[in-house]
Ligand binder design. Structure first.
Ligand SMILES: [Zn+2]
Ligand SMILES: [Zn+2]
Length: 318
């Protein structure tokens, strides 16, 4: 029997999803340290000398402005390029959409966590710039900014990068969450996430809070060390963040990524934006890929998490 006395079944805030928290294993040493295979190959397609100028969509230079012209190319800090192996495309009616790759640094050896806070801020600003630009296309309904880091998270290239995936189609789970948030707003006359933030800032799951942003581990955390980061203001999407909010976001993101780096965990993070809904509450979900979903998860849809979000939050606060 998997469920011990300490275990607890928890429902997600909004979605009809359940997690079984089975704590007490936090101090257990990891039997196998995850081996992230780092291939330092000269053929990295994301190193500055390999970038084909005609694939560049947008760039932020070292000083923060837009770099321009061929000579300044080496000075880019953050670059957006076309995804050359896209699953969706603007010229494909059957799978309409667009995909871009955001190169977070020209330095092949650095991870996002290693970059300075102002540099991470530039990465976030690139998400905002591209989201704004892509959302101008009326046929696009959904913009997803995400990052996969480490082999378990599905990253195939080591050079630090994120991706943008934008389509006509709104994914079912996102659609469901929108509907539930809408119903909550009608019933309570308040955004559910504004309410969750208030509650979590008084809970044991709180990780970080300043004037502009908050971070906590979600009550029904599906992944070991999962974290959600929100701006305190009720903002629909990343394009509305103020200078101070970008700064705080970068600060808390670096803090969390350094903690994950210490655990040597692969992770995914993402920012959803449904273009047609103008009243969402922006948030970033960070989901480490420590646990491997097995029979129970795949067969029942119930997720087992052996590290309680309360213990995970303690680790982040330390
Ligand atoms: Zn590289
Ligand atoms: Zn809100």
């Amino acid at each position: 029997m998997l469920i011990s006395k300490k275990s607890e079944i928890r429902k997600a805030y909004l979605l009809n999803k359940y997690v079984i928290i089975t704590p007490g294993r936090l101090k257990r040493p990891r039997d196998v340290k995850e081996e992230t295979i780092v291939e330092r190959t000269k053929a990295c397609p994301f190193c500055p000398e390999k970038i084909d100028k005609k694939n560049v969509v947008d760039e932020i230079s070292a000083r923060g402005g837009s770099a321009s012209g061929g000579k300044s190319r080496k000075k880019w800090n953050v670059l957006s390029i076309k995804n050359i192996f896209p699953a969706v495309a603007l010229n494909n009616k059957k799978a309409y959409g667009t995909q871009e790759v955001i190169l977070e640094t020209p330095d092949h050896t650095k991870e996002l966590a290693d970059l300075s806070e102002p540099h991470i801020e530039q990465v976030l600003k690139m998400y905002a710039r591209r989201t704004k630009e892509i959302a101008k296309n009326r046929k696009i309904n959904y913009v997803l900014c995400f990052k996969n880091q480490g082999s378990k998270a599905g990253a195939s290239i080591i050079h630090a990068h994120s991706q943008i995936f934008a389509t006509e189609v709104i994914p079912p789970e996102v659609h469901e969450e929108m509907g539930l948030a809408q119903a909550y707003k009608i019933k309570h006359n308040e955004c559910p996430y504004c309410n969750i933030i208030k509650k979590e800032m008084k809970s044991k799951r709180k990780i970080f809070e300043d004037k502009y942003v908050v971070a906590f581990t979600p009550y029904a955390s599906e992944y070991h060390y999962e974290v959600w980061v929100f701006p305190k203001r009720h903002l629909d999407n990343i394009t509305f963040l103020s200078q101070n909010e970008f700064k705080s976001f970068a600060k808390v993101l670096k803090k969390i990524l350094l903690k994950l780096q210490k655990l040597d965990l692969s992770f995914n993070y993402f920012l959803h934006n449904v273009v047609s809904d103008k009243d969402q509450h922006l948030y970033l979900k960070i989901q480490p890929r420590d646990s491997v979903w097995a029979g129970v998860e795949l067969g029942s849809g119930l997720v087992i998490n052996s590290i309680s979000p309360e213990d995970a939050a303690k680790y982040y606060r330390k």
